[in-house]
Design a protein around this ligand. Sequence first.
Ligand code: FES
Length: 161
Amino acid sequence: MAHLQQSAALQIEEICSRYVNEETPLMMILSDIQKEYGYIPLEVQELVSEKTGISVAEIYGVVTFYSFFSLKPKGKNVIGCCLGTACYVKGAQQVVDKFSEILGIKPGETTDDGLFTIDALRCIGACGIAPAVQINGTVYPKMSVDQVPALIEKYRNGGNA
Ligand code: FES
């Protein structure tokens, strides 16, 4: 969406129109756009502002506050590392650091080849199997630093190795 194409603009207008009767439509609109396109760049925020009358500052504030929303395209494989309390006390920080070390990116960043994004998450509801990592929707329980290299290789090879 670097230059918002006509078709994308129409689709975003359609998403905005779904919630015209809602009192507070912003979260629903942004969720639909995030799901549809995988990210919400500034030009899209400006279009949403134009269509809804909500200021760009408010929209930007919401997009940057919630980790579910993203300003940039995410990688093919999104590695969500839980850093909630239960995971943290069981060594989640070391697990995130290992992903960062091998991939050469920090949480919130995407590798240059577009293969991996690391996300730091709050509790994902899997505290009983902490520390938990979620990749493309699959949850990996009781992760240890030693398991990280093989997991990266698995997804580098399409997730089937
Ligand atoms: S704190 Fe990680 S799953 Fe709850």
